[in-house]
Design a protein around this ligand. Structure first.
Ligand SMILES: CC/C=C\C/C=C\C/C=C\CC/C=C/CC(=O)SCCNC(=O)CCNC(=O)[C@H](O)C(C)(C)COP(=O)(O)OP(=O)(O)OC[C@H]1O[C@@H](n2cnc3c(N)ncnc32)[C@H](O)[C@@H]1OP(=O)(O)O
Length: 275
């Protein structure tokens, strides 16, 4: 791991930690203690095993370094994240599929439970797993108006797992989540703001980062212990369900994803993407 100091947008020095050929770049503003984690896996930030592992490792490092907050964003032009890498579960190797799903569970738990406040800077499309990661942050700022966000699993002929669904219910409520999930709706920025899936819509990424810093700076005046306890209590039932059902969730998903019917739907969906 290499470290260097670079000059940030607001002319303060930031501590930049990066690994050669890394898919995740992190900078930490020395003054505010706020980290920016940038996902950078071309072409669409699809979440495969190695990428998830890198994100999880980075989040754990930030926790160890006691950062004061974290913004999650994308280094790609128009995509926050295309969600889970479909090639991990289309014609999969069963061992790798198990490893992939356990890593997804652990990465999500790490992100959802961070002891520091988090903001998603959604600077591009954010379907499915991309939407899950954005919803797992404490606050969402999306660059409008061109991009879309949502849990579109039914459009792929698959079902969002219970913990994806519970995460969405926690953000927009049961009724809106049910409609969103069953229809696989991808919302425009304006629509997402209207239903509360995002907290702010802004015209460009610089404004999004400024607003993200503003949100995270609110916590300078909040006790970290009070913050963490409140977040733990609020998110407890969703987190605990997965902790208690990790193996069951894994076994079910691995079997379900390898069924002929699901594989057929995924094949057709992948073909439509290539077109
Ligand atoms: C009974 C059941 C009960 C309980 C449930 C139990 C189990 C459930 C089990 C499993 C659930 C699994 C959950 C999955 C959640 C997911 O995240 S699935 C992924 C969903 N993602 C998408 O649908 C996004 C698809 N992509 C797009 O819409 C567009 O690509 C995007 C808008 C992101 C970008 O558009 P554009 O810039 O035009 O790029 P391209 O479309 O040309 O794409 C570039 C290349 O990237 C490939 N690609 C795109 N997305 C993915 C992806 N998610 N995974 C892998 N590859 C992807 C695309 O094919 C192009 O490849 P090419 O260059 O043509 O080779």
């Amino acid at each position: 791991m290499l470290r260097r100091l670079i000059l940030s947008r607001n002319n303060t020095f930031i501590n930049c930690r990066y690994a050669s050929q890394s898919m995740v770049q992190t900078t930490v503003d020395e003054k505010s203690g706020i980290a920016t984690v940038t996902m950078n896996k071309s072409p669409v930030n699809s979440l495969n095993l190695e990428f998830l592992d890198e994100i999880k490792t980075e989040l754990n490092k930030l926790e160890k370094d006691k950062v004061k907050g974290m913004m999650l964003t994308s280094g790609l032009q128009k995509i926050f994240s295309a969600g889970l890498d479909i090639t991990e579960f289309y014609n999969p190797n069963p061992d790798r599929l198990s490893k992939f799903w356990s890593t997804l569970q652990d990465t999500w738990l790490t992100l959802y439970k961070t002891p520091f406040p988090t903001a998603a800077i959604i600077n591009g499309h954010s379907p499915a797993g991309g939407c899950l990661f954005a919803m797992s942050c404490d606050y969402r700022i999306m660059v409008g108006p061109k991009y879309t966000i949502g849990l579109n699993e039914t459009k792929l002929g698959i079902v969002a797992p219970k913990w994806f669904i519970d995460t969405m219910v926690a953000v927009i409520g049961q009724r809106k989540a049910e409609i969103s999930l069953t229809t696989g709706k991808m919302y425009t920025t304006d629509e997402a703001l209207h239903i509360g899936l995002i907290d702010e819509s802004v015209p460009d990424v610089n404004t999004a980062l400024t607003q993200g810093n503003l949100f995270l700076n609110n916590f300078q005046r909040i006790s970290p212990w009070a913050y963490k306890m409140t977040k733990d209590i609020t998110r407890q039932s969703t987190v605990q369900w997965l902790i208690d059902n990790k193996q069951k969730d894994l076994d079910f998903v691995v079997t379900y994803l390898q069924s002929a019917e699901v594989q057929k739907s995924l094949g057709l969906y992948l073909q439509s993407l290539k077109k």
